[in-house]
Design a protein around this ligand. Structure first.
Ligand SMILES: *[C@@H]1O[C@H](CO)[C@@H](O)[C@H](O)[C@H]1NC(C)=O
Length: 194
């Protein structure tokens, strides 16, 4: 939708402004392509980030763990998981680790080079290193780790190591980021901390 709007706006404006000069039309087409690409990416990011937020609520609702969710995906495969540290006491069962290990099992491979990971919250250092080890190419997260620390999570989860890697990391903004931040306010006091 956003894409169609952008295209029609750009086409209209450029016709008014430039008449019908060929080079301008070419530039216009490039701009349309760029805008379509970025708005499609934005729509996709919002969709999978929202899915990770739903997983976070599920973790608390079913008593499995803490309010965190993650989705590992490419065009063919989507694996979505939540935190399960309380199900069978398992301190390492973070949403991102669960999603990475489930994807690896499903695909029967250790590396996820053409995959992206969506996490409702900025990953802790353990999960970030696991993401890097898996060679996942892109990470999109919704809430800052500080939002989880603010409701009582260990402050060390916010100490993300600043390692050099090929991983592209995007902090979401706009409405979906606010939705992700709200997970923690809504989950305050509704689950066990140990
Ligand atoms: C604990 O969770 C991790 C992460 O999902 C998993 O790899 C591991 O097998 C789990 N440990 C046990 C004993 O279930």
């Amino acid at each position: 939708m956003t894409c169609i709007f952008s295209v029609s706006w750009i086409v209209t404006l450029s016709l008014i402004y430039n008449g019908s000069k060929n080079s301008c039309i070419l530039i216009t087409i490039r701009w349309c392509y760029f805008l379509c690409f970025t708005s499609a990416l934005q729509d996709r990011d919002n969709k999978f980030l929202t899915k990770s937020v739903e997983e976070a609520y599920k973790a608390v609702e079913c008593g499995d763990g803490h309010p965190f969710g993650a989705v590992v995906r490419n065009d063919a495969v989507v694996v979505s998981c939540h935190n399960t540290v309380l199900r069978n006491p398992n301190l390492t069962a973070h949403a991102e680790i669960n999603a990475i290990s489930e994807a690896c099992q499903k695909l029967n491979q250790n590396y996820l080079a053409d995959y992206e990971i969506y996490a409702c919250c900025e990953p802790c250092p353990m999960s970030l290193v696991a993401i890097q080890l898996s060679k996942i190419k892109r990470l999109v997260y919704g809430a800052k780790a500080e939002a989880a620390v603010a409701i009582g999570f260990d402050p060390s989860i916010a100490d993300a190591p600043n390692q050099k890697s090929e991983l592209e990391i995007k902090k979401a903004d706009g409405a979906v980021a606010v939705t992700a931040e709200q997970v923690f306010e809504n989950a305050r006091g509704k689950f066990l901390m140990s």
